[in-house]
Design a protein around this ligand. Sequence first.
Ligand code: PMP
Length: 436
Amino acid sequence: SQSAKQLAEFGKQHISRGISRSTNLVIERAKGSYLYDVQGKKYLDFSSGIGVTSLGHCHPKVVKAVQEQAAKLNHAQVNIVFHKPMLDLIGKLKPVMPSTQFDSFFFWNSGAEAVEAAIKLARHATKKQNLIVFQGGYHGRTVGTMSLTTSKTIYRGRFGPLMPGVHVAPFPYCFTCPVHRAVPQKHNIINCCDNPIEQVELLLKQQTTPDETAAVIVETILGEGGYVPPPKSFFPKLREICTKNNILLIVDEVQCGFGRTGKMFAIEHFGITPDILVMAKAIASGFPLSCIVSNKELMDTQPPGSMGGTYSGNAVSCAAALATLEVFEEEKILENVNNRSSQLFSLLNSRVKSLLPPHIGLDIRGLGLMVGLEFTGVPPGFAAAVAKAGVENHDIILLTTGIYETLRLIPPLTVTADEINDGVERLSQAIDMALK
Ligand code: PMP
């Protein structure tokens, strides 16, 4: 049989170079918090496939639901019929929504498709065109969503013309605030406290009038832009501006939703209700499924036929999502997220901070098991070097995020206390190695 190296070479030869890949691992199977390569070598997975396999890989209950559904009904096209797994899923989703006003759903395959749908819904409902997004936001790679994405130029550079009518406000980034954090750093942008809110107000006075602005689209916690949670006051103020100006508030919880932050949806930490909530990734534990939800009156402003897609709300994916929600209840997943989160933060503050010489700064931030570690005073490429040392020498999968030196930790929500201890140990060894 071919060696792992040969297989990786074959992949490099025949898979588009436009995909970036943070490792050269060739994976054959996975279980719980571990990935296994073709040689049977085991890796602790602190990426969860970018926040998708939140119940751990191949959770038995999800696997069983998928197997049973695959034997019963794979594809029941939504423009032709209702199908039972989707109806059951909606029944199970409704009670976990952050507000009872969320009573109308629709499903797609990817996060980007769902964001596209949210844009279309907002434009159709408001009869307005323009959109306000936030700097560092990531919403996808389709032509529409890349026009909203400002986390890195690689996602949009030379793919234009981009969609017009998109205005960018700064996202609060308290780490950079010289008033609140005296940390040694090169980037010194004052995007903290109320400044981003004032910038939104300025946009509405200087660039796009409220009567041409359909929606504000925002990630509750920046994901690809650096794992940045906003201050508590940000969302209530943003909600107020949107309501006052008749602008819809769309919250993209593709990465931060579905239990990742210790609440079912991250927006619950901020005490406001958006008009449209977008979810994907962890919703179906690895099967392609995404969803937008709003109140029925808003959703039904779109005429029949204007929404949908061949595979929208695939029956097997819906069955996986239903089983995922059942496991959330049965295994008290949110409780585990909160317990493991406290453990993780305390270990990072003790073990990891103590590794660093005084000239290196570290911001440990996030909610639940969505944790960012931003290093300052390190050479460019340091975070990537830690991730590389992690996979090559310490058998742990770590990801970077954003344009600064930031690692993100996204273990499965089912991670055990021992796996957190082990993961932090491996991370520490990888940091140690990158420091040398
Ligand atoms: N929105 C956010 C916040 C995301 O993190 C992502 C994916 N990283 C997307 C949208 C796009 O999702 P997909 O890759 O499924 O299209």
